[in-house]
Design a protein around this ligand. Structure first.
Ligand SMILES: C[S@@+](CC[C@H](N)C(=O)[O-])C[C@H]1O[C@@H](n2cnc3c(N)ncnc32)[C@H](O)[C@@H]1O
Length: 410
């Protein structure tokens, strides 16, 4: 397929889907040939709306060219202007740096760091082949930002982080914006944080996302534990106590009631809507992810790419999980609560009550939440919110300022 036509189709589709909203982001996508950043890939694949893994370490993807939809969403959240100085952490193929360089123009500056020297060398070749010369590529651990290029009007991570590192805040210009995929109780959210004069970062743009996670000094702990030989992995929030997969395996081997739940849920509700609500309001939240085709919960997990999964509540002696109550449907479908172990019924009650509260709150999704990040040691007035997540370098305050605009029939 002709690359120009493929690119034009990709950009048209991103606009129609509302991912591209501004003329500046549209112009950048039209102007930078993505296929030159993915050499060796068929043109049609380079312009498909999919992430493309470009490096694996022990079978796990450690670098990828991100999905164009997600890149467009984040570029809109970033709000770049001509003349901005930008730091990207996670240069990868160099494609996003090239898009940003086009938007900030010759009066701006883009510095892109990647922890992997080989990737940086390859990104330099890609940028040269696309005739993009304004990007300063650096092999470095982005946990420390990159002081020589600062202060920055914008810092963007295209790799997931568990925390907000002090170096990133310190290297922001006054009023600057830090955009990052941040782990928030097991969900990953793309949050655009504006630095205020009081040192507090406020965010009114939250989107759901799924990025490869940081390596190096600020590497995330792997939150997945495989549960016995059930073919299921248990994922708990990064700020939750260490899970006991053996205990969960014993409980899952003790199925009890299965209760139909009122209302209908889609996959998006499970990860982005109700799943996020549950994570922010219930301490015992976890996710159960299928890692092998034959699992303890064979037919009723929600489809998640090639795997199945769901959200659940756990305690020492019980699990209650939201499951499908019928074959998977493209939109919202009927659901049930499956209970396991002696405490399963009590957890099931809590899960059903949480479902009611989420519906009453307008079926809030990621975009409805407002987050405030207070860096540790900030001499700011005491701020609080209904949900507070304490991390090593900051506190994240989460609130729902108004009923969700995405409210719909249960
Ligand atoms: C999803 S890819 C980024 C895609 C890239 N923005 C593009 O346009 O192709 C994430 C990248 O983050 C890099 N990375 C992981 N940990 C890092 C760290 N501590 N510092 C800098 N880069 C890191 C990985 O090597 C990987 O290339």
């Amino acid at each position: 397929m002709d690359a120009e036509r493929a690119r034009s189709r990709m950009v048209d589709a991103l606009r129609e889907a509302g991912r591209i909203r501004s003329a500046a982001v549209e112009e950048a996508f039209r102007g930078v040939p993505r296929h030159l950043f993915l050499p060796g890939l068929a043109v049609a694949d380079a312009y498909a709306d999919e992430a493309v893994a470009v490096q694996f370490t022990e079978g796990v993807a450690t670098s990828s060219a991100s999905q164009p939809s997600m890149m467009a969403i984040m570029l809109e959240q970033l709000g770049l202007r001509p003349g901005h100085r930008v730091l990207e952490i996670g240069a990868g193929t160099g494609y996003n740096a090239a898009l940003m360089s086009r938007i900030v123009g010759p009066t701006g500056a883009v510095t892109a760091v990647d922890i992997d020297e080989e990737l940086v060398d390859r990104a330099a070749v890609h940028l040269a082949s696309a005739r993009v010369y304004g990007v300063d590529l650096v092999a470095a651990d982005g946990a420390n930002g990159y002081p020589p290029g600062g202060p920055y009007d914008r810092i963007v991570l295209t790799v997931g982080s568990d925390d907000v590192q002090p170096a990133w805040v310190a290297q922001l210009a006054p009023g600057g914006r830090l955009l990052l995929p941040l782990a928030v109780r097991g969900s990953q959210l793309s949050v655009a944080l504006d630095l205020g004069p009081d040192g507090v970062l406020r965010c009114d743009s939250v989107r759901s996302c799924a990025f490869i996670r940081l390596r190096g000094a600020a590497a995330s702990a792997d939150a997945s534990r495989v549960v016995g030989d059930l073919g299921i992995a248990l994922q708990t929030p990064d700020d939750a106590p260490e899970p006991d997969p053996g205990g969960v395996a014993r409980v899952l081997a003790d199925p009890r009631e299965r209760r139909p739940a009122p209302g209908r849920l889609s996959v998006v509700d499970i990860w982005d809507g109700f799943g996020l609500w549950l994570a922010l309001t219930e301490p015992g939240v976890c996710r159960l992810i299928e890692v092998e085709p034959e699992t303890q919960l064979p037919d009723d997990l929600f489809p998640l790419g090639s795997e199945g999964g769901t959200v659940a509540l756990t305690s020492g002696d019980g699990v209650a999980a939201v499951v499908l109550d019928g074959p998977p449907e493209p939109g919202p479908g009927p659901v049930a609560v499956r209970e396991f172990g002696p405490e399963g019924a009590a957890l099931g009650d809590r899960l059903l009550a949480a479902l009611d509260s989420w519906v009453a709150a307008g079926r809030a999704g990621a975009a409805d939440w407002r987050l405030t990040v207070v860096p540790t040691g900030t001499d700011a007035p005491v701020l609080t919110a209904p949900q507070v997540i304490v991390k090593r370098h900051c506190r994240v305050l989460a609130e729902l300022p108004r009923p969700s605009s995405s409210a719909m029939d249960p």
